[in-house]
Write a protein that binds this ligand. Sequence first.
Ligand code: CP
Length: 333
Amino acid sequence: MSVHFLTPMDLTDAELELVMKRARRMKADRTPLAAKTLRVGALYFNPSLRTRVSFEQAARQIGASCQTLNAGQDLWALEMDPEAVMDGDKAECVVEAAGVLGRYFPVLGVRSFPRGGSWEEERREPVLRAFADHSKAAVISLEGAMHHPCQSLADHMTILEHFGPKLHGLKVVMSWAWHPKALPMAVPNSFALQMARAGVDLTIAHPRGLELDSELMGSVKEQSMRNGGKVEVVHDRLGAMDGAQVVYVKSWGSIGQNEVHPEELKDWCFNDMAWGRTAEAKVMHCLPVRRNVVIASSVLDSPRSIVLDQAENRMWAQAGLIEAVARRAGVLA
Ligand code: CP
């Protein structure tokens, strides 16, 4: 097991259990720990509200400091290719930038969405991997092209809070939604993998042509089988909802493409009619959410929605995670 946390599988079962236990305990008693000398960095190549605030507050919760950097304005223009002849507008290479940040921060969070390369290249998370390779810090993904493991950790914690410790047999539907933009697949990928690991009965509902990454789906099926769960992929938006206890609504684009979704898919908006087919499901979304496009206001404004619990749990889950990752890296006693 490497020191980094880049996918939902990058914690052992024992570590996952410990992170959840610590997160719940900190949430319950709100007592900060005393990791006073631990310095955490957070580097963003893309915008963020929840991740940025919750990651800083998570570090503070355990007594550590956290410095946030926005790549577009706080750093020199960054060259990602160590072999490049740097006679253009890029002033610093990732080798030195990551190396320097690693000297300041033993734990470094990095957010980098797909940057327009081929899917084969993007799915290997070149930016996150470059920081992991050159910084010597333990790198935590704050969302890459393939995964958003901090989000899925908080989602898992939220489901445990609402449904108790035994999730076997829980019917969880991850339902695609129309969106005016083709969004990254990191959230659905990580949620599917995390739920497979939790052993739930997972249904993934999406229109044809919006299949998730095939290798990712292989891992989801393998994890599901190993943990006593079930996975099915369906294309019937309403039929998928029968018996659902959790509905996770999320839009994503087709692999490696930036195509706008056709107007005829606009009925993939989670509304009261869709909710009426469920078994009084709790409704989840990672946020930000477009009201009345992705989820109807009437659903978001009702007690059926647990989206704010998810957002809050980003902080508690990450507090447990930073502690676990720092311990694994040998920088926290
Ligand atoms: N869910 C999530 O990661 O939100 P932000 O993009 O605002 O950080």
